[in-house]
Each structure stands twice: as C-alpha cells, then as structure tokens.
Design a protein around this ligand. Structure first.
Ligand code: CAA
Length: 272
C-alpha cells in the first residue's frame, strides 16, 4: 500500500519522501514502484517522460528525522496499533509545521487512538486507500472528535484535487465504511471453505460469475494479505464484539504458518 500511495503521489507531481526501516527495504520499495511505473508505460497509461518525472520525484530514507520539513505525511506501516501509535508519537515530534497533516492509511484502527499518541491530535486524520492504489479510485477520509476542519479540508483537497481520487467520509469507527462491509464477507468465505461447504475455487467463481465481482473473496483476501485481514478483524471484533467479525481458526492457522497470501507466495492459492 505504501508503494502504491507513493507512486500515485509522485505521478500527481508532488515531491515524495518515502521512509522504510532499512536501506534494503527502501531499495525493494523503490524497485516495486519502478516496476509499476514500467507497467504504466507498457499499458500506454504513462509516457516514458512521465515515468522518468515521477521516478525523479521520489526520494527514499530510513531516517524519520528527514520528515521535519514535510507538509503532508501518510503512514502506511503494518496494521498493528502499538507500532502505529509509536510512529505517530515519533512523527509528531519530528514534523515541524504545526499545520502539517499527519494521515494514517490504517484499514481499521480508530484514528483517535493514533491522534491521542501525539501532542497535536487536531492534525491527525484517517486517509484510507484501496489496493491496488494506482487502480482503485477511492479514499475514505476519517476525522476524529479532535481533527480540525482545516486538516480535514486539506486532506480532502489533496485526495480529490491533487491525486484525483473520489472521497467518502466515515465516522471514526473500527473498519470505517468499506472494511466494515468487506471483512465480514471475506471471513464468511473463509468459514465456508473451513467447514467444507465449498472449495476455494467454487466460492471465488460464484462471486465472480454470479455477482460480477472483479475477483472472488479468497483471491481478494490473498491480495490484501491474510495477516492484514486478521488484524482488521481483531480490531473490529474488539470494538463491536460482533461474532461475524471474529477471525475464524483457519485464518489464524494460516497466519501462524506464514501463508499470508500473494506477498509470501502462498495463501488460499499459490503464486509463482
Ligand atoms: N498497480 C498498477 N496497476 C495495476 C496493478 C497494480 N498493482 N494491478 C493491476 N493494475 C492495472 C493493470 O495495468 C490493468 O490496467 P489496464 O486495464 O489499463 O491494462 C488493470 O489494472 C487491470 O489489471 P489486470 O488486467 O492485470 O487484471 P484484472 O483485470 O484481473 O484486475 C485488479 C486486477 C485491478 C486487482 C482487479 O481484479 C480488482 O480491482 N480487484 C478487486 C480489488 C479490490 O477489491 N481491492 C480492494 C481491497 S480492500 C483494500 O485494499 C482496503 C483494505 O483496507 C483491506
């Protein structure tokens, strides 16, 4: 998600600084974005010149201190509340401009929890993109009881006018709009396979051919990442105590086994 967000920002002519925890991860992130830009050129969506310009707007660092001059920061690290609250506390100390926006791409964690880990909760907002970010046109904006109207407006202007995304607004509730609807559906598909009700292929085929979804729920779970699905389900279950949000045992076992989906080469399906 981070690579996709950085890519769309660079393609929208903004100066982008990407922070990864190590140089190796930064190099891998850069390579991923360059591959995606190449794909844009080969599919005719980008010219060679646009690809070069977008690539030249991207800089990488592994030092959060380099974010001191940023006006807009979008966090997209692992879906773990403790890790995210720590990064927001650190970012808040580093980013000097008190009017800078600190946005989170969290899929489910209430934004207030991130805001309250900073001294400036008024500049913290949820800005949730969808995977693959260069393809899907939506951003969910999530303001908290503390987010200032100016920050909310700047985030909307950036998402809509600069990045060209459609914006929807959600209250600060775990899962927001899309995942509150999508994740119970994905978990139901996993339960269906777990109980022997139907095969992975047939569940997916059912939703693709019967409901015209672009991909079935198990393939989509693999794309999103099973660890991320589990984290979202945990967060929603913690907030609502709704049994449908509780992660099924099969999902827990697959995450424990490291079968996290497309990113690890194996989930409900195998990937080359
Ligand atoms: N980066 C850039 N472009 C990409 C891409 C990527 N990672 N993946 C696909 N594309 C582009 C392709 O270049 C292609 O463009 P053209 O039509 O111009 O050639 C187009 O998308 C279609 O791609 P493909 O032909 O390769 O494959 P497809 O038709 O099967 O589409 C898909 C692939 C876009 C992923 C499509 O199946 C899809 O939209 N699936 C649903 C994805 C979805 O629901 N995402 C939301 C997940 S939930 C989430 O992200 C939030 C969360 O918090 C969990």
């Amino acid at each position: 998600m981070g690579a996709g967000i950085a890519e769309v920002c660079a393609r929208a002519h903004t100066d982008v600084l990407v922070c990864e925890s190590t140089r190796e991860l930064a190099a891998a992130g850069r390579a991923r974005i360059l591959r995606s830009l190449d794909r844009g050129v080969s599919s005719g969506k980008l010219t060679e010149r646009e690809r070069e310009q977008a690539a030249s707007r991207l800089r990488f660092t592994s030092d959060l201190g380099d974010f001191a001059d940023r006006q807009f920061v979008c966090e997209a690290i692992v879906e773990d509340e403790a890790v995210k609250t720590q990064i927001f506390a650190d970012l808040d100390k580093v980013v000097a401009d008190p009017n800078a926006v600190l946005a989170s791409n969290t899929s489910s964690i209430p934004i207030m929890k991130l805001g309250m880990s900073t001294q400036h909760a008024e500049r913290v907002i949820g800005m949730h993109f969808f995977n693959p970010v260069p393809v899907l046109p939506l951003v969910e904006l999530v303001t908290t009881l503390m987010t200032s109207p100016e920050v909310s407006e700047r985030a909307e202007t950036f998402a809509h006018d600069v990045l060209g995304k459609q914006v929807i607004r959600s209250a600060d509730r775990s899962g927001f709009i899309v995942n509150a609807l999508l994740v119970p559906y994905l978990l139901s598909a996993i339960r269906m396979v777990e109980s022997g009700f139907a095969s992975e292929e047939d569940v997916d085929k059912g939703m693709v051919l019967g409901c015209a979804h672009p991909m079935g729920p198990l393939k989509l779970a693999d794309l999103v990442g099973l660890d991320t699905i589990k984290a979202i389900a945990d967060s929603m279950y913690e907030e609502f105590k709704e049994p449908l949000y509780s992660p099924p045992s099969l999902l827990l076992r697959m995450v424990e086994a490291g079968r996290l989906g497309k990113k690890t080469g194996r989930g409900f399906y195998r990937y080359a």
